[in-house]
Structure formats: C-alpha cells, structure tokens
Write a protein that binds this ligand. Structure first.
Ligand SMILES: [Zn+2]
Length: 401
C-alpha cells in the first residue's frame, strides 16, 4: 500500500465529495423500555428501541454474565431498572461504555445458554425490540458455548504482542472482503413471513463470490461461509488479515414502516471517523493499525494525523464505491433512492480499507422479502455489484497511471 503524496492530493478533492454525500446523521437510538420475563422453559430479556440497532451478544464467566454490545444509546429507562431479580437473571446494568459504544451487562444466577438473540420488528405499540432468550444450562455447556460462539475470535483478534497487520499483496489480484451480516445465534432481522436476515445475507455473499471469482480479477474473502456468529470487530480483523482492498457488508434489515422498500448503500460518516481515529490513536499498538506506515517512532500528534489521513482516504474511496454501487444497482429494478453516510456501523470502521454496507432491501416489506428470496434477483444483484466494483477499480487504476 502506498500512502503519501497521492493521499494528500486526494484529500484536496474530499471536501467536494463530502458535500454531495453529506446527509444528516441519524440520531442515537433511544432505549425506553425494558422487561425481564420468567417463563417455565426460559427467561426472556427485552429491550425496546426507537430504531433498529446493531448488536452483539457474548457471555462471560466468574461471575456468569451476558454482555450485549450496542452503539451509543440514549438511555431513558426507569431509574430502578435492573435492580430486581427475575427468572435466571439476578439483575442488569447498562450505560455508554466508550464513545460510540454502549453495553448491557446481565448478571446471572447461574450458567445459561443464549437460546436466541434477535431484533423484532415493531408491532402495534411496540417498537424495535432486542430479544434475548436464556435457558438454564450446566457450567460445561456454558463454557462450550462460550468457545463455539466465538469461532474466529482467537485467530482474528490482534494480540498485544503480535498485532494483525494488513497482509501484503503477493499477486496483483484485488482482494474483496464480503461480509454476510449476522449469523449463528444472531438471526438479524426477521422478515414479514419469518425469513431470517442471516440466511439472506449469506446466500447473497456466496453468489457474489461466484461472480467475482469467475473473471480471475479478484480474490474473495468471506467473513463467514456458514451459519456462525462472528463479532463485528472480528469481521473487520478477518478482512485485514486477508489483505482486503475493499470491504462490503451485506444486510437486509427491517424498518418500522412496512411500505419502505428498496436497497440502499451506507458509508461511514466523517464525524464517526473522527471519533474512531481518537479511539484508535489512544490504543497502544498504533504501529500496526495501518499497514505500511510505521508509526512506532512518531510522536502521538503525528500518529493521530496519519491515522486520520488513512481514514479520510478510505472514507473518500468508500464514497466512490458507494456512488458506483448506487449507479449499478439501479438496473436491478430495486428502488434505490437512499444513500446514507451513517455513523453507527461498527463493521465499517477498518481505518485502512474502504468499507461500504449494502442494505439489499427491507425484510419488513413483503415485496422486498419475496425478491430477496428469489435466485434470479440474487444473480442480477451480484452482477450489478460486480459491475460497480469493476468500475471503481478501473477508475482507481486510471488515476494512478
Ligand atoms: Zn443487518
């Protein structure tokens, strides 16, 4: 990778690009209701939000806990929330954990199995609900689940002593990381007729891989190739390990209104990039955050600036890819009228890989759901995304010649 002068030149054009793409930031989701329901076979934990949230659930032992990772949330729960035990739950705590991230920690009376964790679409009075079903389990099952639920964590997570640097190229194939949203214990959105988002995104990721590999121009890294749960940050780590030149996260979420439909493309907003760069700069292993730039002998200020530049550069590129995708995906018949720059997606936060998130459509809309289930539509969409990727890299090639 060659950052440097080229990067500085590109920055000059950034302001113009941002002006075109700038849309207001989405407000923080408001958490306004919570309940813990003991049932004979399970304990159900439900947290209600004003809008859909991306979440991640994992367990910790000594003492037994379930941790829910969330984006920054505006907490408006009753003051005594979490203080009363119910079913398998001893109590819970919540709050903003660091800039851009919040957590719920559910204290347990003993070992449990996370039977399900999903986001339910609004119904009547009820808003977006994060539902977590817990069932009693043995300590052995708890320990096993803890391992199996994080299959890539150990391999993918940068250790303090041996950080994962972005892999250097061995040939001139472009590497595309395709990230099928959700998986395993996290089904993602659930469609009007009961379809799980995690299955839609995986089918699409595999179809897109077939299309991209056909021409011999690309190498494809899938963050998951089956129905497993992978943490958001591990998805990014997998892409970096694979030496990705582009990261595409696929989703098909649901939204409050059943009439909203069509695909849309998201990139990270500049504001989130700034926040993220602060957090990154604060980390110890700055030297390995950006491959190809050794920051170890640079002062903190210089490091901050370099991380910031790499992020702006990737953001700039992501905005180009998004434009190309919107252009191309119009031909699939999808109503593609919304393209957003959005702060909340943790999967888009690789500082040195241009990253975009495609909402393939809305599972809360019956027509979209049917289309997303159709093989013909999948083929058409994969072809359109490939055309957009081709166009993006051709443009990049032309610029560097
Ligand atoms: Zn999703």
């Amino acid at each position: 990778m060659c950052h440097g002068n080229k990067l500085t030149l590109r920055l000059l054009t950034l302001a113009a690009c941002l002006a075109v793409w700038a849309l207001p930031l989405a407000a923080e989701p408001v958490a306004n209701s919570v309940r813990v329901g003991p049932h004979p076979d399970k304990t159900r934990f439900v947290l209600e939000f004003s809008e859909p949230v991306i979440f991640n659930v994992f367990t910790l032992s000594d003492p037994y806990r379930v941790v829910v990772e969330l984006p920054e949330v505006d907490w408006r729960l009753p003051a005594d929330s979490g203080t009363r035990p119910a079913g398998l739950v001893a109590g819970f705590r919540y709050g903003n954990f660091q800039q851009g991230a919040s957590r719920v920690v559910i204290d347990l009376k003993g070992p449990v199995r996370v039977k399900a964790a999903f986001l339910a679409v609004p119904e009547g009075e009820r808003q977006h609900r994060l539902v977590i079903d817990l069932e009693a389990a043995t300590a052995e099952i708890f320990a096993e689940d803890q391992k199996s639920r994080q299959p890539v964590q150990q391999a993918a997570r940068p250790a303090a002593s041996a950080p994962v640097a972005k892999k250097k190229k061995t040939d001139d194939k472009r590497v595309i990381a395709i990230d099928a949203g959700h998986g395993g214990v996290d089904p993602g959105a659930i469609g009007v007729s009961g379809v799980y988002e995690k299955h839609i995104t995986l089918a699409m990721a595999q179809e897109l891989r077939r299309h991209l590999e056909k021409g011999g121009r690309y190498k494809v890294v899938l963050t998951r190739d089956d129905d497993v749960f992978i943490r958001l940050r591990d998805r990014v780590a997998l892409a970096r390990e694979g030496g990705a030149d582009l990261f595409i996260s696929l989703h098909a979420d649901s939204i409050g209104s059943s009439s909203v439909r069509g695909a849309s493309v998201y990139t990270l907003s500049e504001q989130a990039s700034d926040k993220e760069s602060e957090a990154l700069a604060a980390k110890e292993n700055k030297a390995d955050v950006i491959a190809g730039i050794d920051l170890s002998d640079k002062s903190a200020d210089v490091s901050n600036i370099l991380i910031d530049l790499a992020q702006r550069e990737s953001l700039n590129q992501a905005v180009r890819v998004a434009g190309s995708l919107v252009e191309s995906m119009r031909t699939t018949g999808a109503v593609l009228d919304r393209t957003h720059r959005f702060a909340g997606f943790a999967v888009l936060k690789a500082p040195d890989i241009p990253s975009v998130l495609i909402e393939l459509g809305y599972l809360s809309n019956r027509a979209d759901e049917q289309r997303l289930l159709s093989e013909a539509h999948r083929t058409k969409t994969a072809a359109a995304i490939k055309r957009a990727i081709d166009a993006y890299f051709s443009q990049l090639q032309a610029k560097s010649n």
